[in-house]
Structures are given as structure tokens and as C-alpha cells.
Design a protein around this ligand. Structure first.
Ligand code: AMP
Ligand code: ZN
Length: 195
């Protein structure tokens, strides 16, 4: 083996052993055939690995766009395609009430849109942060993000104070006016909405 080839092999082995950061999990999942639900030329829909409701998908671009805050006017078409996939998925789940949107402060890398059913019944829904991230203004509805991008060519970030205040909002039911004292009580209450 040439010296150059052996240096390359050593580098590749070192890279393979390097632990991948958890926040890159979605980038790996979009290449995992077991996780992929739908695929177009430039968009992948995957199952959320820790679903927070009966239906929970993530829609991601193949392009390396990190978040909604990296979007500009040139991405309007891409976001409209997200919408087409959302419509397709809604048509496939007529028995569920679905919502689509983005977390104002995402934890995972690569732009991703949540498509999630309003039942919010799932063993993975455990914390107040989980709940408030989908049921308060922390969840930016797809249509609002698309409109903001069309109008301003950019998406405005929320402040740290807004973030803190949204996360500490009371545990208000997303289907009625009930406010629960804690997560076990809320989870029990959600069952009462199942027809
Ligand atoms: P967020 O970044 O807060 O908008 O949400 C990230 C979402 O990714 C959460 O709903 C997680 O349950 C989900 N998730 C975390 N890791 C993975 C993974 N490796 N594959 C698929 N979904 C994931
Ligand atoms: Zn309720």
C-alpha cells in the first residue's frame, strides 16, 4: 500500500470511531431506509424516533440547511413542497387531526418540520417541556413560517425571555380549557378526549 493510501485509511478509521454528536441524529435517520416514510428528489419524511403523539413525522430537506433561521426567499419553493407533502400525509390520515410546524428553538440539526397528531398520546411524551414545545407559541405553524418567509425573506428568532416564558406556561390542554397540575394528570386527561 502506498504511504498516501495508508494515511487515508488511518484517517478514515479514526473518523469511523469518532462518536457522532446526538444533535446530528436526524441527518443519520434520513439515510436509514427503516425510518424513511416518503422521499422526493429533495425532501425526506421520516418517523420521529421518540413520537410525542400517535402520528409524528419529521420533514427534512436533503440540502444541508440547518434550521428555519437559515431560510431565505430562495427557499420558498422548498417550503411549499413541504406543504404538498403535509397535504398528502393529511389525506392518508383522515382519521387523525394533524398539525405541521417548527420548534422556535430546535434541538436537532438540519431543518425539520414536525407533522404531529393533536391526540398527544404517547409514552415518549414525558415532560412539561415536551408538552409546551408543541402546544404553545413555541410551535410555529407551517403556514405562518411560509407567510413570514414570503413577506420578509427571513424568519425572526424568539428572545431568551420568550423561550423561558413559553416553556414555563401552565399545562393547558390542547383540546379544551382544562389545566393540569402535572404531567401524569395531563396524560390521564388527554385520554378523556379519545373517541
Ligand atoms: P426539535 O429539534 O426540538 O424540533 O425536535 C427534534 C425531534 O427529533 C424530536 O421530536 C425527537 O423525538 C426527534 N428525534 C431525535 N433523535 C432522532 C433520530 N435519531 N431520528 C428521528 N427522530 C429523532
Ligand atoms: Zn382537554
Amino acid at each position: 500500500m502506498s504511504k498516501r493510501a495508508s494515511v487515508k485509511m488511518v484517517a478514515e478509521t479514526a473518523n469511523a470511531k469518532k462518536p457522532k454528536h446526538w444533535s446530528r441524529g436526524l441527518v443519520e435517520s434520513i439515510n436509514d431506509p427503516e425510518t424513511i416514510v416518503k422521499k422526493t428528489n429533495n425532501i425526506v419524511v421520516i418517523n420521529d424516533k421518540y413520537p410525542k403523539a400517535k402520528i409524528h413525522y419529521l420533514v427534512l430537506p436533503e440540502d444541508n440547511i440547518n434550521s428555519i433561521y437559515k431560510l431565505n426567499s430562495s427557499h420558498v419553493r422548498l417550503l411549499e413542497e413541504f406543504g404538498k407533502l403535509y397535504e398528502e400525509i393529511k389525506a392518508e390520515h383522515k382519521d387523525h387531526n394533524l398539525r405541521a410546524g417548527f420548534h422556535a428553538v430546535p434541538s436537532m440539526q438540519r431543518l425539520h418540520m414536525h407533522i404531529i397528531s393533536t391526540d398527544m398520546i404517547s409514552p415518549c411524551l414525558k415532560t412539561k417541556i415536551h408538552w409546551n414545545s408543541f402546544t404553545t407559541k413555541f410551535f410555529l405553524p407551517y403556514q405562518d413560517v411560509l407567510e413570514e418567509l414570503k413577506e420578509n425573506g427571513t424568519i425572526k428568532k424568539i428572545t431568551n425571555e420568550q423561550h423561558k416564558s413559553l416553556m414555563s406556561s401552565p399545562l393547558k390542554c390542547n383540546q379544551c380549557d382544562h389545566i393540569s397540575k402535572n404531567m401524569p394528570q395531563l396524560k390521564e386527561h388527554l385520554i378523556s378526549h379519545v373517541k
